[in-house]
Design a protein around this ligand. Structure first.
Ligand SMILES: Nc1ncnc2c1ncn2[C@@H]1O[C@H](COP(=O)(O)OP(=O)(O)O)[C@@H](O)[C@H]1O
Ligand SMILES: Cc1ncc(COP(=O)(O)O)c(N)n1
Length: 503
């Protein structure tokens, strides 16, 4: 079922806040958005210029038009400019929504009073409305205003105030930490006596903050209507808003505080590289290899890795992994897939060892098998993994590809396995200079400095160079193709975790 979510809110002709933001947020959260206009607001990213609030009958008629026709799975209420508008909504909730809908419809009230530009949008939010909310989503200042107290200065005080509001209204309160000092801008879902959920939102420095609160509460309404548990819905919407905030400036909308990129995640998912044919290499790599090529043949391969390396370093999990901001669920997925991959990878290395024409090469591949098994055992010690990992379609495509290439020809097999050494070795280039102790992936990324692995990569490159020097032209062509395909799969392998909806 696709949740049908109604937003009752004011407008923003620049599309970043109010009803416009709500509809985008609902769509991004997987729902069908509907909108009843409470006030027409002349505003842009720099501020509010005028507010026109239609007659109460007009608001009533809009609400009736929706509820006469559509089953509503959740309601998000934003700006209500005056007491009369609030009264109309309260009556509609009591007389229509609560009486005609069999199951309880979640009502998320965002007590909008002041726009992020500092302009007033409503004088107050009536307790009559707050009492009817399932969840109220005030920011720091709104929470303080509702309680007639000064704004909280730290998360603990914010939670205490949220608890007070929950007690006086009987509703849950999502206290939003966007304006808290400190590095975490996360949110707390609070009941009368306890914290039900906390979702972290590590600070992003951006001017694209217009409509953050509207978007968060709409996404929350939609995820609850979707059937998510409350903690899951809070996690999902907080992580999604943060991502939309992170990429908002790219939209280049307006000269003030611009909007979030509500559809950044969908855009990223749509760009997933499996759609790009492997043969379209547009930018030969000019970057320095951490482990240098072993001669002209491997140098040519390095240049062919250009596109994949760009994706690997910019669009995969690598940047977030290095910064420590990668979502835990995405990291876990990556580690699981890596575990499956390594099992197949070690069997492919073993096969190369059995095919190698010289004793030295046989020993080298066999040593790589042992190293891989050791890494895998360590992974199992450090990170709890299920006994049987289900490979994703992409992981399976990569591992099946390696199995097929190694079965066709030794030289081609070496070319297919090479990106796993070479691109992986490149990871040490992206390591932060200092990995702080509170970096959540410290243990993991420190292994990227492993000298033994860099040494094994140099040896694999020697083998490749030697084999290509003595190969036929047909074999070289096949080997190049296998290498480019494997580079692309390696980059995809590091990108696929981002396709998961993080919470
Ligand atoms: N600078 C930021 N870095 C990370 N997350 C942020 C930032 N600003 C806002 N958020 C997220 O957006 C949510 C809503 O923002 P907030 O400013 O608190 O609300 P409002 O837009 O109503 O003033 C925050 O609770 C937080 O989850
Ligand atoms: C119609 C309308 N509703 C709400 C806001 C608040 O926006 P923000 O989420 O940035 O506080 C706004 N600027 N306009």
């Amino acid at each position: 079922m696709i949740p049908r979510v109604l937003s009752i809110a004011g407008t923003d002709p620049t599309g970043g806040a109010g009803l416009h933001a709500d509809l985008k947020a609902i769509a991004a959260a997987g729902g069908y958005g509907m909108g009843v206009v409470s006030s027409l607001v002349v505003q842009n990213t720099q501020g509010v210029q005028q507010v026109h609030t239609p007659e109460p009958e007009f608001l009533r008629a809009q609400l009736k038009a929706v509820s006469d026709d559509v089953v509503i799975d959740a309601v998000k209420i934003g700006m209500l400019a005056d007491e009369t508008s609030t009264q109309v909504v309260v009556e509609w909730l009591d007389e229509v929504l609560f009486s005609t809908h069999e199951s309880e419809v979640p009502i998320i009230v965002d007590p909008v009073m002041v726009a992020s530009s500092g302009d007033a949008l409503a004088d107050s939010v009536s307790h009559e409305l707050l009492h009817r909310a399932s969840i109220i989503t005030p920011n720091l200042d709104e929470l303080a205003l509702l309680l007639h107290q000064p704004p909280a200065k730290n998360p603990d005080d914010m939670v205490k105030q949220a608890q007070e509001l929950a007690q006086s209204t009987g509703s849950l309160v999502l206290a939003k930490g966007g304006h808290l000092p400190g590095k975490d801008k996360g949110n707390f879902l609070v009941g009368t006596s306890s914290v039900i959920a906390h979702a972290k939102s590590p600070q992003i420095t951006t001017t694209a903050s217009h409509g953050t609160g509207c978007s968060l509460s709409s996404a929350l309404a939609c995820r609850i209507a979707n059937g998510d548990s409350l903690p899951d819905a809070v996690q999902w919407s907080t992580a999604w808003v943060r991502e939309a905030l992170e990429f908002g400036e790219n939209l280049q909308v307006g000269h003030g505080n611009g909007p979030l990129d509500h559809f950044h995640r969908l855009r990223r998912q749509a760009q997933f590289s499996l759609q790009v044919p492997h043969s379209t290499i547009s930018s030969p790599s000019r970057r320095q290899a951490v482990v240098p090529a072993a001669g002209p043949f491997t140098q040519q391969l390095w240049e062919l890795a250009g596109d994949a390396l760009d994706r690997f370093s910019q669009e995969s999990i690598v940047p977030a992994l290095m910064q420590g901001t990668l979502n835990a669920e995405q990291f876990h997925f990556y580690v699981e897939q890596d575990d499956y991959y390594l099992q197949v990878y070690s069997s492919v290395l073993a096969r190369l060892s059995s095919l190698a024409p010289h004793e030295e090469e046989r020993k080298m591949w066999a040593k790589a098998v042992t190293q891989t098994i050791t890494v895998e055992q360590e992974m199992h010690r450090e990170f709890p993994l299920p006994n049987i990992v289900e490979p994703s379609p992409l992981t399976l495509a990569y591992t099946d590809f390696l199995r097929a290439e190694v079965a066709s020809d030794y030289v081609v097999g070496v070319a297919a396995i090479l990106p796993c050494f070479w691109l992986y070795a490149q990871l040490s280039e992206y390591l932060p200079e200092e990995i702080k102790d509170d970096h959540p992936y410290k243990l993991w990324i420190e292994t990227y400095r492993d000298e033994e692995f860099l040494c094994a990569t140099a040896q694999a490159l020697e083998v490749m160079e030697h084999q290509l020097t003595h190969a036929s032209n047909a074999q070289r062509e096949q080997a190049r193709n296998a290498f480019v395909r494997a580079c692309s799969l390696e980059a995809d392998f590091f990108t696929q975790a981002l396709l998961i909806d993080p919470r």
